[in-house]
Every structure is written in C-alpha cells, then in structure tokens.
Design a binder for this molecule. Structure first.
Ligand code: FES
Length: 109
C-alpha cells in the first residue's frame, strides 16, 4: 500500500497519524507536537480537516478534545519578510520624523 500524505507541508502520512495515536498521542495538541502536522507554513489550513477526521475515526468520536483542532499561532497567513521589514522601516521613519522615538529595530533611543 502506498503512502497517503495528509499534511503536505511536513509529509505526515496516514500511517504516521495512526502510529502516533497508537503510541498514546491522542489529543490534537500532542499529536501536533509529535508529528508536526498543523505546524507547516499553511498552519494546518490544508491538513486540519483530514487529520481531524482521521483522529475522530481513531477515537470513534468519543473524546471531546478531538472536536477541536490545535491552536493556531500567528501569523495566521503566510507573510513575506519584506512586508514585515517595510512596516518596521516605515514605523521607524515615522518615529524619527515626529521626534518621538529612536530606532524601533534596535529598541534604542
Ligand atoms: S498541510 Fe499541514 S501544516 Fe500545512
């Protein structure tokens, strides 16, 4: 039988989820930490449905935590680093122009 990938960001397969669940990682948060599913650049946008459905199947829908996917961490969407750098530079320029602050990048005065 071939590999069925449920989390393309981290190449997590159905078998990885089953094995991790069998090893005792039955809560979505612990399963996330053990497999890295939900932790890729998409923050689980592409895999959450499949992983949670598989987890519900493995628990028979008995465990309440299985109804909730793991906590997402910001940024909720991918953000280009250049965009963040431009925002920091604009903030620094604004602070310098108004004379209210120093360099926000270094925290200096
Ligand atoms: S597909 Fe799983 S984190 Fe992106």
């Amino acid at each position: 039988m071939g590999k069925t990938i449920v989390c393309p960001c981290h190449d997590v397969t159905v078998e990885d989820i089953r094995a991790t669940h069998a090893a005792g990682y039955t809560h979505p948060e612990t399963l996330k930490r053990a497999t890295a599913a939900f932790m890729g650049p998409c923050q689980g946008k592409h895999c959450a449905g499949a992983v949670m459905a598989l987890l519900r199947e493995l628990t028979g829908g008995r465990d309440a935590p299985v109804t909730r996917r793991p906590t997402a961490r910001p940024p909720l969407r991918p953000v280009a680093l250049g965009l963040l750098a431009a925002a920091a530079e604009a903030e620094a320029a604004e602070a310098a122009a108004s004379g209210t602050g120093g360099d926000v990048r270094t925290g200096g005065a």
